[in-house]
Design a protein around this ligand. Sequence first.
Ligand SMILES: [Zn+2]
Length: 297
Amino acid sequence: MKFRFLSGLLLLLPISAGALEIFACEPEWGSLARELAGDDASITVATTAFQDPHRLEAKPSLIAAIRNADLLICTGADLEVGWLPLLLRRSGNALVRPGQPGYFLAADFVRKLELPDRLDRAEGDIHPQGNPHVHLNPHNIERIAKALAERLAQIDPARSADYQSMQSDFLIRWESATTDWESAAVNLAGLRLVSHHRGFTYLADWLHLDIVADIEPKPGIPPSASHLAGLVEQLAPNPPAAIIRTPYTDAKASLWLSDKLGVPALELPYTVGGGDDTNDLFRLYDKTLKLLGDLPK
Ligand SMILES: [Zn+2]
């Protein structure tokens, strides 16, 4: 009798210590969560590389995913301010509310670039807390990974040893890959680019790329015809190597400017899943560096 009771308990254990439910706002955090929480975690990713993470429809499936989540991993720095608060309110899940251990914002753990001198949201700037696109510098990923591993152990202490070992394993591979990327990209320093949106600021900062102009006059503001004409005038005497954009950006303005300047328009994957061979963070960086390295010099 006693034995049967005990075996019943053992059978229940894997369920009571059940798989962690994680809600990630963007694919890069879904991929990092997979590295650090392991194959057992159930991970829902709200957006794809082909969706603008600044703007998202609050679909019932996303509300349901947040309702069941033990941990929410988003970028923060106001990237999701247009949709995440609404999803959180509708989900009614107290575990992942701001201030709770289940609410994790990646941008809180890195130094943010392009912090505005004054709040200028009235003019449409969608980066009022500084540039939120922090994931394209591998040193940021490293800092965020350490903070996230700590958070996983905090919300699921029974598996803290597992989280510790997954973190060590990830960091060894990540630091070695970072060294390889940095040596492969040495001759990208000084590469002059025009970017549609300021989605590549941290990549440029890391590799010393020179983003000489943005197609958007301000982050989130579409270019007018006169702004585009001004760019042609400004850039024609010394054209950039390429015009870069994310998979979710409308290509029209990039292609127009590319045609006027006679330089390539290049869609970079931007995040995990944003192109062939980009199904995790490692491949995202491999592919991004390859595409930049293949540009005609
Ligand atoms: Zn942005």
